[in-house]
Design a protein around this ligand. Structure first.
Ligand code: REL
Length: 961
């Protein structure tokens, strides 16, 4: 829940005044906003509803159509919450003694009278973009004792004020798109003292419906026949409820303005600013050229027809709120030409500007909003020196994988047109499309959009949301950040999931639901489901696959328990927002781990091989069953097609035509008793010849238990015995009967192991000749002078957020971004600015204490977020040093090979490896220095010679007691 100072500081920063606030039993309200509506009686407050008696709503019928419509939604929302519809009046004389009065300043006679009578002071919102003022006013007008006044500086400001109240009384912005039911209450009161003023920080905030077939398009076709206004009004309403205003419409096989004339008209009337995507200039969809264009889409060869085509776009859209995409790319997201042709593109922009000047002859061209999207190769034109007029908004883009490539330099920040960011939650393209479920960590959105804000790219924030569902969580967060990121410092990232959960499901299980949201998005962000396969998580090292399986099993169990506890009326919403993404995402990884075991066990000849083939198939089927539930029973059939995007069986960047069951292996074990013995860390299993069977070495502070698996290669049970050669080798069992397989856990009794290295062995006997002899080695280091993280198993692994100390410089400080990254939290230097430290001796650093039991050459692998240098004239550097070594400066982007970028987005980290000489064993400090801003560190692994292969690296090492 929001705390008061936060709210006040936001309002003060906006130059607005906020007085309020109480924390009583609240109903729903805009995420993070203070609650000003309560369901308990509030003395001196305003009764909105009490047991069937509802307050009157008022809006001037001469006010904007879009506002009058939104007040109609408010009326319906009151009914959803209380069961009774309030009266909606357009004449002040018809109002009772109390009312909710809504209006646009300058458009509503009553609002203007309240202002001129001094009943409300709107001087702080007047003239602002989309600002609203909400105030409980006594004796506002003759005959009225009390009113809640919602005044907007413009139409959208007033609409946002209306939807703010809707959310406060208990109607979620997702009431239709995710079937979140209203929180019922027969009694509703506005708290005494309510006075709120707010305005957005980013001017245009919106989404791009993209990559929309088969899922969204299948659903749209079934429900609306096509992308008509009957569909789009739902999108417009959602955007407004989320206090956003901007849309790039679906365009794969559609043309917003051409498909249905009402689309554009209604967008404008609702209050949505329309535009067209980065390769669709002048408000004309790509598909319109296919339908109406003549000749090639090539300005060098077909300028006149293209000019005419674009002019029609400008003329058609003249009456409507639009942002004109300028420039030109090839059709369907391809470059305009094989090599940069700056001369031609400049000519195109000149022609487009001329058209706009001609069409908008009633205003200056600088008042016609235009955007140049520096997407993919277009950024190259800019970097090669091409410029557009100063009033055009520059839309900087991410790399399609959520990493912003470039942001304005101090010089570029002076541009009048300003800048924005185009971001992705979904993408079709290389190295692999990710189009199915939500794979976005909120913390990553924060890390990136905070950069956009700090580097002044806040004219447009637009994100590609694919089919829209199931991106409800990141969409809400993105748009909340766009409204005002200062309301949402990084410390509040963990709180957001709770607020989201509370708004959708009430206060009971917010903590548990938030944990699930964090867990499943972390899991999907580690490696997107489309990129996972049987080799992703290691079966051999660090029990990685097993750990992931445990995590997933816990997630699924929690989701199932919460689903069972969810009241019937909220089950559909819970299924859509939590249960499905958790369980279906888990099933993908569970399937690949089962497949990995199936393959390993087949190679080892285990009789359980076929069980894992079945398990693989079970998870493959489960994924489809969950999809069917989404399309049918779990949502009352409302969302048929919505999860139909294929996601299993990719062989290249594009998705397979249908999900493809992973290849499995089957064996036919003989009717004999036939022992096999597998050893942790090894693919080969006894009795395969030519192998030396040994468990990974035991270190005093390392993994404390290792596994041996005794398995049957036939179908007849057998007895086995396991004996250790030394007393200090402990076995969890020494004999048993094996039908399929059994684990024997091996550990060390360190009290019996003197300092130094000691060797022993384990003999496992069952069927076959002799038995399996497995070597065991234990290292007992000197145990004095322990400090910090302790070396063991040939490495020291540290989560970056767990530094021992740090040095700040001029207010620049390494700080934790909670929940960011593949393992835990990440760190970066804040506040974000332009300063680089060429000399690490002067730079802010974090320091890690560690104890090494070995000396010599070690390598350090630091795992960084795959962020971009952001600035055009430098790389992305940090420096690293042990003790008093000279810091080594490393540029994460020294090698800009495409293949390295691809790998960094596949793995969700950009690693850097440095080499260091450690003269003596003992206590050391490792420092990471800032060189450039926007470098974000996840994890550090000091490899002292024993690091094995795994996806995430080993878990964090033990800390000295
Ligand atoms: O993510 C993007 O921005 C692009 O992949 C798409 O916008 C692109 O235009 C695609 O839909 C195909 O035309």
């Amino acid at each position: 829940m929001l705390n008061l100072p936060e709210n006040i500081s936001r309002s003060l920063r906006n130059g607005l005044i906020c007085t309020l606030v109480f924390f009583a039993a609240n109903v729903g309200y805009a995420l993070g906003d203070a609650s000003y509506v309560t369901r308990s009686k509030e003395s001196s407050g305003l009764q909105l509803a009490a047991h069937g008696k509802l307050i009157d709503l008022y809006v001037d019928s001469e006010d904007h159509w879009g506002l009058v419509r939104a007040v109609g939604d408010l009326q319906a929302d009151f009914e959803k919450v209380t069961g009774t519809q309030p009266k909606l009046e357009h004449s002040p004389s018809k109002l009772g003694k109390t009312a909710v009065i809504v209006g646009t300043i300058g458009k509503s006679a009553l609002i203007d009278r309240l202002v001129s009578d001094g009943k409300i002071d709107i001087s702080e919102v007047r003239g602002k973009w989309e600002a609203y003022h909400i105030e409980l006013v006594d004796q506002p007008a003759k005959g009225l004792q009390k009113a809640l006044v919602i005044a907007g500086s413009d139409m959208r400001g007033a609409i946002f004020g209306v939807y703010d109240l809707s959310e406060q009384i208990g109607v979620s912005p997702w009431h239709w798109w995710a079937d979140v039911p209203a929180t019922k209450s027969s009694t509703l009161w506005v708290k005494n003292g309510t006075r709120i003023q707010d305005a957005p920080k980013v001017q245009y905030r919106g989404i791009f419906l993209n990559d929309e077939a088969p899922a969204l398009t299948g659903w749209v076709h079934e429900n609306y026949g096509n992308y008509t206004h009957e569909f789009y009004v739902h999108v417009f309403e959602l955007l407004l409820r989320l206090k956003s205003n901007f849309l790039w419409p679906a365009m794969w096989n559609n043309a917003f303005a051409d498909d249905d004339e009402q689309n554009m008209i209604l967008a404008h009337k609702y209050g949505i600013v329309m535009s067209t995507s980065h390769h669709e200039p002048m408000m004309r969809a790509d598909k319109e050229w296919d339908r109406h264009g003549e000749g090639p889409w090539d300005y060098a060869r077909n300028p006149d027809r293209l000019d005419a085509f674009w002019k029609e776009g400008a003329e058609r859209n003249k009456p409507y709120d639009s942002i004109y995409t300028i420039g030109m790319r090839g059709q369907a997201d391809t470059p305009m030409s094989e090599t940069e042709d700056i001369g031609l593109l400049e000519k195109i922009v000149d022609a487009q500007r001329e058209i706009l000047t001609e069409v908008f002859d009633d205003r200056d061209i600088s008042e016609v909003p235009q955007v140049w999207a520096l997407y993919k190769e277009v950024q190259g034109y800019y970097e090669s020196g091409m410029r557009v007029p100063d009033d055009v908004i520059l839309l900087w883009c991410d790399d399609n994988w959520g990493n912003i490539r470039r942001l304005p330099t101090p010089e570029e920040r002076k541009r009048v047109g300003g800048a924005g960011v185009y971001y992705h939650f979904d993408y079709v393209g290389g190295p692999r499309s990710y189009r199915w479920t939500n794979v976005t960590q909120l913390a990553k959105v924060w890390e990136q959009m905070n950069l956009a804000d700090k580097y002044d790219a806040n004219k447009i924030w637009l994100t590609n949301v694919g089919d829209l569902k199931p991106q409800e969580l990141p969409i809400t967060y993105f748009l909340d950040l766009a409204w005002d990121i200062d309301d949402w410092p990084k410390e509040r990232i963990p709180e957001y999931g709770k607020l989201f959960a509370e708004s959708a499901f009430g206060p009971e299980h917010t903590e548990a639901i938030a944990e699930l949201l964090t867990a499943y998005t972390r899991h999907n962000a580690r490696r997107k489901p489309e990129l996972q396969d049987a080799t992703t998580y290691s079966l051999l090292n660090y029990r990685e696959a097993e750990r992931i399986e445990t995590e997933l099993a816990q997630m699924v169990a929690k989701a199932e328990a919460l689903y069972a506890a969810t009241p019937e009326e909220r089950k559909s919403a819970f299924f859509q927002l939590v249960y499905y993404p958790v369980k279906a995402s888990a099933a993908i990884t569970q399937m690949y781990i089962a497949q990995a075991k199936n393959h390993l066990y087949a190679a080892q000849g285990r009789s359980v091989t076929n069980e894992y083939a079945k398990l693989t198939e079970k998870y493959f089927d489960l994924n489809k069953e969950l999809e069917d539930l989404f399309h049918g029973d779990a949502t009352g059939g409302k969302w048929n097609h919505m999860m139909s995007q294929p996601r299993i069986g990719y062989t290249y960047w594009n998705n397979p035509p249908a999900d493809m069951m992973p290849a499995i292996m089957l064996n036919r074990p003989a009717a004999v008793a036939d022992m096999g013995v597998a050893v942790e860390g090894m693919t080969a299993a006894w009795p395969a010849e030519g192998n030396y069977y040994a468990l990974p070495d035991f270190h005093r502070y390392g993994q404390d238990e290792r596994l041996i698996e005794v398995f049957n290669r036939g179908t007849v049970p057998f007895d086995f015995q396991a004996t250790a050669s030394e007393n200090w080798i402990k076995l969890s069992k020494t004999s048993g009967t094996i039908k399929n397989q059994e684990q024997v856990s091996v550990s060390i009794d360190w009290k019996q192991v003197p300092e130094g290295t000691h060797r022993g062995s384990i003999l496992v006997r069952g069927t076959g000749w002799g038995g399996a002899r497995i070597a065991v080695t234990a290292h007992q280091p000197k145990s004095n002078d322990l400090k910090g993280f302790l070396e063991a198993d040939g490495y020291v692994s540290i989560d970056a957020a767990n530094y021992s100390s740090k040095r700040d410089v001029d207010g620049l400080s390494w700080e934790v971004i909670p929940n960011l990254g593949r393992t835990n939290s990440s760190i970066s230097v804040y506040p974000i600015g332009d300063r680089s430290f060429e000399n690490p001796a002067d730079a802010p650093f974090v320091e890690y204490d560690l104890t090494l039991f070995s000396s010599g050459t070690v390598s350090v692998e630091t795992l960084w977020n795959p962020t971009w240098p952001i600035a055009p004239d430098r790389g992305l550097r940090f420096a690293i040093a042990f003790d008093d070594e000279t810091p080594q400066i490393v540029d994460l982007h020294a090698d800009r090979a495409h293949s390295l970028w691809q790998e960094s987005v596949r793995t969700a980290v950009r690693p850097a490896t440095t080499s260091h000489e450690i003269e003596t064993a003992g206590h050391h400090t490792l420092r990471i220095y800032m060189v450039d801003p926007a470098t974000t560190l996840q994890k550090i692994i000091v490899n002292t010679g024993g690091l094995g292969d795994s996806y995430l690296g080993p878990e964090q090492s033990l800390l000295a007691p």
